[in-house]
Ligand binder design. Structure first.
Ligand SMILES: N[C@@H](CCC(=O)N[C@@H](CS)C(=O)NCC(=O)O)C(=O)O
Length: 135
């Protein structure tokens, strides 16, 4: 008698992955993913590599010494789905699409206006994206 036995369940579990993908599920998945990304970083910039408005926002954040996550939608394989999901979620179709501490800030103009108004740095500090000045 052999002490070894093979598991009969292997083929059965592989069979679970055989079904055809259900198309209507994709937008929901993209929205779920966008929300997860927004929740996972203090500052998120949905961006495109060639977008000058995105470059301006990323440059400002870098100048302020803020940690941020850039998601380049023209590079990600599901970039178009993420952009559509962001549009239905936030009402904003364009990039950059900026979030701080889970809050939708808007695009480049909105971010720049917030900075001019003196409200961006405090929010970045509150979010922990910029170190608080030591006393
Ligand atoms: N006024 C907007 C301008 C943003 C804008 O025009 N972005 C362009 C890319 S440079 C865009 O999103 N175009 C549509 C697209 O790429 O789907 C802002 O302040 O963010």
């Amino acid at each position: 008698m052999s002490p070894l036995s093979s598991s009969p369940s292997t083929n059965a579990s592989l069979a679970l992955h055989k079904g055809k993908k259900n198309k209507p599920i994709r937008p929901l998945m993209a929205l779920e993913k966008a929300k997860q990304i927004v929740d996972s970083s203090a500052v998120v910039v949905f961006s495109k590599t060639y977008c000058p408005f995105c470059a301006r926002v990323k440059q400002l954040l870098a100048q302020l010494g803020a940690d941020y996550k850039a998601v380049e939608l023209d590079v990600e394989s599901d970039g178009p789905e993420l952009q559509s999901a962001l549009a239905s979620w936030t009402g904003q179709k364009s990039v950059p699409n900026v979030f701080i501490k889970g809050k939708h800030i808007g695009g480049c103009d909105d971010t720049m206006a917030m900075h001019k108004g003196g409200n961006l740095v405090p929010l970045l500090r509150e979010a922990g994206a910029i170190a608080n000045p030591s006393l």
